[in-house]
Design a protein around this ligand. Sequence first.
Ligand SMILES: Nc1ncnc2c1ncn2[C@@H]1O[C@H](COP(=O)(O)OP(=O)(O)O)[C@@H](O)[C@H]1O
Ligand SMILES: [Mg+2]
Length: 428
Amino acid sequence: MISSTSDSNVKNLSRSRVDSDEFSLKIKFSKNKKVDTQKLHAYDIKKYVNPDNFNFSEDMQELIPKDTPPFYDNGENYVERIVRALGYFKQCACIGPSGTGKTHIVYLVAELTQLPLWEINCGLQTSAYDLFGRYIGLGKENWIDGIITSWCRHGGILYLDEANMMKQDVATKLNPILDARGHMVLNEKDNELINRHKDAYMIISMNPFSSEFTGTKPLNAAFRRRMSVWLNFDYMSVDNHIDEKEINLLLERTGVPRDTATSIVHVAAKLRQEYKNGDLPYGPSVGDLANWARIIADGASPVDAGNETLVAMTSDDYEIQDEVRKIITSVDWGITTTSNDPKELIILAIEKSLLEIGKPDLNKVKERLMDDYNRTLADCYDEPEFLSRILKDIYGKAHVTIIDSIKKNLGNMTSSQPIQKFLEQIAR
Ligand SMILES: Nc1ncnc2c1ncn2[C@@H]1O[C@H](COP(=O)(O)OP(=O)(O)O)[C@@H](O)[C@H]1O
Ligand SMILES: [Mg+2]
């Protein structure tokens, strides 16, 4: 029952008294749509799937992704093409190696279209109970829908990751939902027939490149025929193609200097090509590169940081790990530190200059420092004279070239007072 206290200031309200106990009024405030309209305007998708037409319950709205980062492509318009496929056929397949952003774009599409997202990884041992539902407790009173059943009843996007790994019994149950029949039958629940909700969309994804290492199965043939649109995904940078946008993405996400980000992407492009050739079990995603870059930005060398991240994540196999390490050391890393510590910069510059001649040269200088003077490279900052003597001794007149190279590698840091002092002393 609604009643309002008479208030002379609110005349209308005082007249709108409802004097009946049988009357009940439910007022529902529709929340503002959570989609960032700016984001939506960037894509021409409303003509295919229009978020304004949906009306999901509050529980379901919880399943709509939020704040999905942008997806970068080179004019392929993946977002629009996925939404177009959903608009016309209700379902679509995304094919591509792992780490190419398939999951990412599905989240973005769900956010842009304001569709709740139900996600299943078919490669995991998810039970039929979890997928279709079960009775809980004794007897047959309390049935709980599984993920697929919930999706079919209430709508949204069902995302089947690694769809080729799907078990046969799951595929068999999905087939009638996906064709003209558009329904599913729950044998477990007295053959209840559930019609596909009018806003129930499906996206499947699979990875065609993992066959050698993980024994990927081909997609179930009946299932394959029910997908009308197939979109191919690839890495932003691969082989000789380096995408500036991927470098920028690392800069955005991690704070490494640009030349480091560039070297990281070069390594990634090589690793990915090896993966596509079947020589490595995994190709790194931008996300993996960002993890590597974060450790470098914290002060670790690219090789050390690479060992902790990319090398270990690619494989347990030592030979394969060596292969990855080789690729990491094959690119030019410059002096990669975000530190302004003159001592650290000088050590790095000396190392790099000697490495440019060759690894044995670096080792030889280190050995001589230790054998003759009981010093390490780290001591050269405070006591440059030892390094100066050794360089003269090993390289004779050519030692000036090495000092020039150290200077060059210090770049614009040579204007700092302690570095100038070091350069003067070592040149004596
Ligand atoms: N084109 C892209 N634009 C933005 N981020 C991307 C892109 N491709 C991959 N990523 C990032 O790489 C990582 C792996 O992507 P993910 O969607 O999990 O790949 P997949 O599902 O294909 O294995 C995520 O951090 C994702 O944000
Ligand atoms: Mg994925």
